[in-house]
Design a protein around this ligand. Sequence first.
Ligand code: ZN
Length: 405
Amino acid sequence: MWSYLIIFHINLRLNNFHLSCCVNTLLQTLSATWELADLLEKWEVTGLDSHNVPLQLKRVLSAMRSHLPQPAPHHDFLHCLDRNCIRLNTQHDADEVFLALLNLVQQQMDDKSLALKIQDLYRISVETHLQCLKCSSIQTQSSYLLSLPLHIKEDHNSLEDCMSSFFEHQQLMGINCCFCPACESNTPSEQAVKLLSLPPILCIHLKRFRNSRGYTRKLDCRVTFPETFDFYETVKKAFSSNFAQNDCRYSLYAVVAHSGTAMFGHYTAYIRHWKNQRWYYADDSSVYESSWEGVQSSYGRSSRGTAYMLMYRRNSKEVNKAAVRPIPSHLQPVMAELEDDIILVLERRLVISPLSSSSGTGQTEHTSGARQCKSDALGFSRVAGGASVLTESQEASKRGAPIQL
Ligand SMILES: [Zn+2]
């Protein structure tokens, strides 16, 4: 029965341990990527040590799916990352850690077929056309990305504009000239990137950290993004003539937000629960119910953080079909009852908090000690047996967070 119950909850609460807010937000995002957790659950692990990243990832995502009245344990995962050069007590870039994690899964998973399926979840296949501006010959190369890195301008941006810019033809001149085999020399050229296929999970990286003369600064400018969009309608010119998929519609289900500067900052996440479709705001071990309006506050200059990574899920039938898992007929009445219980508990006990006054404004580097001392405000999960696991925080009550019984 347990295997049917655990699909209904995610425990998003994770303590901040040795400045782990960056990894915490990624785990919160990955735990909402049920496709990934499902693939890892299928992995039959034999004889791997505790330094194996995919093994520890499988364990921590499994723990986040189970009934835990306290934040999910992830110390082993963090120490495992530390042994794999993603250090504790270090400020990390969420996109870099995300890509490093996916690479470590490919390198360290002994089931290569399953590892490729995990990569395919995020794989954006592209072909690059490079046309020599001297002789007009064209070189074509296929490659792939695991996240779409979007350049942002210093003023107002929209995701649609950023995506459109990514697929614009680009002239490569001067030191950027490429070698042309026909001319047998480096020549000016024009480069175009075209989509060959889109993944079930589209990870978008808004490039807010900019290096200039050895100095990194953060762009806090506003970037709007939609809750749903059709990639084809948004950037028609992005598609190769070899692109063969039918449905390119996507829905947002997670946002990794960053507050602070390039030197000192803090990560939080907005997560949409796939079952009840409600948005939650996760700040390490504090989790609050949010809303689409709350998510939109991460467009820019918010004390709760500015969107840095966006996770969209493709709306295609084969993806959504996987979300509807068969429940045996004898369990269906029990499940229906549990569903009523949890919704009731959410409605009675969860009051949306004015978060700007209570959390997410501090910087981890200065507040992690205090952050770890905090009790947890709210977690959302559900329990075998129908009991609620929503917990109210004494600390939250002390600081005036509107927790009601
Ligand atoms: Zn040429």
